[in-house]
Write a protein that binds this ligand. Sequence first.
Ligand code: 5GP
Ligand code: MG
Length: 193
Amino acid sequence: MNSPLVPAYWQQQGIEQVLIDEASIARRVRELGLQLSVELGDGRDVVLIAVLTGAVVFVADLMRAIPTRVAISMVSVRSYGASTTSQGAVLGSAIPKNLEGKHVIVVDEVLDSGGTLRLLRAEMATRGVASLRACVLLRKQREPALSTPCEMIGFDIPDVFVVGYGLDFNDEFRNMPFVGVLGADAIRAGVKR
Ligand code: 5GP
Ligand code: MG
């Protein structure tokens, strides 16, 4: 697959490659929304729970690709570790209340160490949910990501640090409309500007 050119502005900001372009993301998100609506019928008792902050862009598009009424909620999970790796996950907010009997879909932007999904699955398992799915936009091609249970995956990607479409570096780049690879020099420099 030919990767599209990096727009000049983003190239100046240290983006080396467009990994997934806007049109490909939009197409895949529509497919995931359709799959969910086929599996979940009229949307009754369905709750999408997005993981802040990275999943906000993805869930905003995914929810609009579902043609029925569904409930939306958010949960905050903090990962710790260096700025481009994650080693552990801790809850940063309460789990939404009243999940008993609900069909829960945990929505996250990237499955990396798997810590976030493992933590949320363990929490949901005690809430009497009717069904539980995890839906991630990206999954890194590495362990333990590959062996972490996850029902729906947008794209499998190489084990590189990516930004855009909700994914950040130092809280920036989330608004970049495609998923791109941030170069090592830019990471080292902390994107001085
Ligand atoms: P986990 O390691 O728990 O599967 O993922 C934890 C978090 O690490 C993700 O939600 C995301 O915030 C962050 N993360 C992992 N890989 C990347 C990456 O390539 N780019 C960015 N920006 N964040 C990542
Ligand atoms: Mg995240």
